[in-house]
Each structure stands twice: as C-alpha cells, then as structure tokens.
Design a protein around this ligand. Structure first.
Ligand code: HEC
Length: 143
C-alpha cells in the first residue's frame, strides 16, 4: 500500500514538473469572447448569480492574459493596458450585478464592450470588433 502511494506521489510530482501547455493570446481572447457573450445573456435573464460568475471568469481570463502574455509582438505592457481599458467597466458591472439593475447592467456591459474594442483599436487589432451578441449560441445551457 505504501509503495503504491509513494509511486502515485512520484507520478504527481513528475507531472507537475513537466512543462505545461499555455494557450496563446488568441486562445485566451476567444475564451473571453464567449464569456462576454454569456455575460450578456445571463444579465438579460436577470440570472445575477450566473452573470457574477461570468464576470469573475472574464477577470480571471484577463489576469491570466497579463500573466502569461505580458507582451505580444508589437503589443506592449499588456497588464497595464488591461487595467487602463477594462478596470472601470468591470467595476461598474460588479455594481450593476450586485444591485440587480438591468438598465445599469446594460450600460456597464456596453462599457466593457467599448473597453475590449478600445484596446484592440489601440494595438492595431481594431478589426476584432465586439458587439452585443445578437443570438444565444449556447443551446445546451440554461440562462
Ligand atoms: C490588452 C488589450 C486587449 C484587451 C483589454 C482585450 N483584447 Fe482582445 N485582443 C487583443 C489582442 C492584441 C488581440 C490579437 C491576439 C493575437 O494576435 O493572437 C486580441 C484578439 C481578440 C479576439 C480575436 C481572437 C481570435 O483569435 O479570433 C477576440 C475575440 C477578442 N480579442 C476578444 C476580447 C474581449 C471579449 C475583450 C474584453 C472582454 C478583449 N478582447 C479585451 C488585445 C486586447
């Protein structure tokens, strides 16, 4: 029994030590994009718990981006840019969700979208334009 446990521990340690896969900036952004979409439908459904969750996921995604991709080719100081373009609107969205106010949520959501687009614009990726989603493409999730 002890031998089995120590074997398992060794295997875990070996696993941790092996280099792990880091998604590219485009992959992280794609994940942000579908969370941005889910956030909208959660807010429209006044499912505030889900909206809060998706907003947290967006924040974590942005943190990971800053951590794993502090620079990307010509795009410099990514953590600082995230703060500049996203911090205020994320805060605004937290408030709207906490207060469970749809009209404030819509304003805050528009500010988030504008923040995403402003950063794209500032870095030569203005062709990646986010909008309010027109259709819910998550057919297998209840909002
Ligand atoms: C730091 C500035 C910055 C912020 C803030 C930012 N982006 Fe991006 N985004 C980029 C850059 C740079 C690229 C191009 C990535 C690449 O070259 O792979 C990109 C690409 C994308 C793409 C295209 C991904 C693909 O491969 O098709 C999407 C979608 C996207 N971002 C969504 C978002 C969303 C949603 C937000 C806001 C919640 C956001 N981005 C905020 C800089 C930013």
């Amino acid at each position: 029994m002890l031998a089995v446990i120590s074997l398992l521990l060794t295997a875990c340690a070996a696993h941790e030590a092996s280099p792990s896969y880091t998604p590219g900036l485009g992959e992280f952004m794609s994940q942000l994009s579908y969370r941005h979409s889910k956030l909208w439908f959660a807010g429209q459904a006044q499912n505030w718990a889900l909206a809060a969750y998706e907003l947290d996921e967006i924040e974590e995604g942005l943190q990971d981006i800053g951590h794993y991709h502090p620079e990307h080719h010509e795009v410099k100081a990514i953590p600082e840019q995230i703060k500049r373009y996203m911090a205020a609107s994320i805060e605004q969205t937290h408030t709207a969700i906490n207060e469970k106010t749809t009209s404030e949520f819509i304003k805050a959501y528009d500010a988030i979208t504008a923040g995403c687009n402003a950063c794209h614009q500032a870095n030569g990726f203005g062709f990646n334009q986010l909008v309010k989603p027109v259709m819910n493409s998550f057919a297998n999730q209840r909002f």
